[in-house]
Ligand binder design. Sequence first.
Ligand code: TRP
Length: 497
Amino acid sequence: MKREQWKSQLGFLLAAIGSAIGLGNIWRFSYMAYTYGGGAFLIPYLTALLTAGLPLLILEFGVGHERIGSAPLAYAKIRKNWEWLGWWAVTFVMFGIVLYYTVVIAWCLNFFLLSFNLGWGDDPNSFFFKEFLSVSGAPSEIGQIRTPIFFALLFIWLVNWVIVHRGVQRGIELANKIFMPLLFLLTAVLVFWSLSLEGAMEGVRAYLTPDFSKLSDPKVWIDAYSQIFFTLSLGFGIMIAYASYLPEKANISRNAVLTAFINSGYSLFAGFAVFSVLGFMAASQGKPISEVVSQSIGLAFVAYPKAVSLMPGGNLFGAIFFLCLVVAGLSSSISIIEAFTSAMVDKFGIKRKRLIALVSILGFCGSIIFTTQAGLLWLDIVDHFLTHYGLVVVGIFECVLVGWFFRLKVLRGHINRVSTVKLGPWWDFLIKYFVPLVLGIILSGDLYNELKKPYGGYSWTSLILIGRDWVLLTLIAAFVIASRPWRTEHHRSGGRG
Ligand code: TRP
């Protein structure tokens, strides 16, 4: 059967950008920039982008395009016994990260609806944690499923299903051709609207005033590298699958440069909306900015609703904000469903449509645990383990496999043949030595902190049973799937290079 293809390179580019821009861009980036030295944070952030993010993105695009396969197939075509690495990436994202990611999108959908009548009342903090999530005391106290979250989740999975079901061109490509312009437009409305609010400039100043002294803290650099990794969907197996749908002639490195810069540009731009609103809130409550800023979840579901309630016309503002999050989230979640499905189709030759139905149903069922009263706690633990020990480890192995067991020159030759932006030997150096070294340092730092004290104050038992074992189970699943025989002939053919 012929491999599906994008209709146009623009379609591919928008899909890659859609995967990259997600929930993480809107709150995680701005919060990091603020705490890690404002404008000065751009130095570690851009360094990480140029020395690790971009080279790895080029690698993933290059591998998918040259080997013509989803992550497991592409890796199997490099070294037969490394197929597991591809399976692990797509498995822990499909049966891990995306399960809670869709639940957060479901929260956003709820808050989108709540915006219209400011349904969170006068105390958004207690509304979010007590009424909406009704968080239990410990991960073992599952409690009940929260119905509004459950139904929103069902809807999100249905949308995911419908989009991916329609295929690469009529599903993913079309959805992103609608979602991305819509997202940029809505974000621009938010940014200009929020800049006009009273106190906005105070917020922008807090966001961007450079504090260079922060840069001497290694944590700032480590977090900058991790953020780049997550935001570019690297180590997810997604960019490999997306690039495998490109035609022979495809401008690999230019598309990578555009994806990387548009993604980071978006983060930087959206940060203006986040901080102008915080400045507005500080001004209207007569508090310093530092008191109104809060982290990730608190920012979107507590601080923002509070500001929306204070703002003239806030209903609409809130609705646009949460709609942005839903759109940004959906374009990321469809990307992993596609990457996982494409891997199964490559290996077992299963009928695509039937598989997508199954994967969506399983995904929905797997997400349900995160809609319970212990959901937030599970989310926190699973997210911590998968992003710290899944993505980073995949990244290291990916560099080792491609850098050391593949004729890297052949891959570079292939990329240069099809691309306008040419790579030099510096790229080989980054992939072979620099990126694995940096990721290795991040990993050892993480492991050290892990053992020093239990993450987030949870009990060791919950961390081991929920966090560590989730990582291990997906790894075992990857080895099991990789050990099954190929039902297609794809793995016998080579690449284009
Ligand atoms: N890059 C996204 C972000 O910044 C995260 C992401 C990409 C993602 N692909 C995904 C999350 C697939 C879940 C599933 O938020």
